[in-house]
Design a protein. Sequence first.
Length: 250
Amino acid sequence: MKIVSFQLNGNVSYGVIENNEIMLIEGDIFGDFVVTDTRVSLDEIKILPPVVPSKAVCIGLNYHDHIEETNSKVPDRPVVFIKPSTAVIGHMDDIKYPELSKRVDYEGELAVVIGKKAKDINVNEAKEYIFGYTCGNDVTARDLQPADGQWTVSKSFDTFLPLGPWIETELDPLNLEIRTFLNDELKQSSNTRHLIFDPYTLVSYISQIMTLLHGDIILTGTPSGIGPMKKGDKVVVEIENIGSLINYVK
Ligand code: MG
C-alpha cells in the first residue's frame, strides 16, 4: 500500500492512498494502526515529507554507469555519508539554491524507509526491517564537493533532501525503473537491478556501523546522467510502482 503523510486544516495525519482518495490512518504507522473509512481527496491536502528521519544514510557510487561518468573505481564496500534531517523536504516543496554554491545538481535515488530498530542485521533478515520505499533526490552542491575527502558541506544544505511523495510498502526493490526529468526532459534513466549494493546488503552493512531507527532513510545512490539545476527549474524523480516526486528550485 501507499502511505502518505499530509496536512489538512492544520492537522497532520497519515493515510493510505486508494485511487484519488486517502483513507485516514489511526495509530502509529511503525507500530499498531488501523486504516479507517474516513476519506479525503488527494486534491484537498498538502503532502508532507513521508518521514522525519533521525538520519539519512546515503550511498555514493552505487551504480556502474555513474561510476563510469565520474571516472571512479567500483568500491569494495559501500561509500557511506550522511545528510542531516534538516535537509528533508516533501513533494512540491522548494529546493533553495544556496548562495555558497554555483552548481547544484539533482541525483534521483531509490530511498529505503526503515521500519524498526536495526543493529547487526544479516542480509537475509534485512527485509523485515524495511518499512517501504520512496523517491529521493540527493541534491548536491557539486562545486563544493571535493574530488577527494568528505562530502558533508555539499550534501547538507537545508532543502537538499526531497523525499516522497509517499511510501510504498509492498515492493520488490531489485528491478525498478528509475528516471529523473529536468523541466520534463529525461536526464537519468536506469533500473535498480544495476545497483552494486542492493537495499538488503545496505541495511545489513549500515546496521553493523550504526543503529538504524524506524523512519530512518537509506538513499541507495544515483545512476548516470547527473547534471546541474538552475533557479526556476522543475525536477521530477520517478520510480516504477512508487510514483513521482516533484520539486522546484527557488
Ligand atoms: Mg547520491
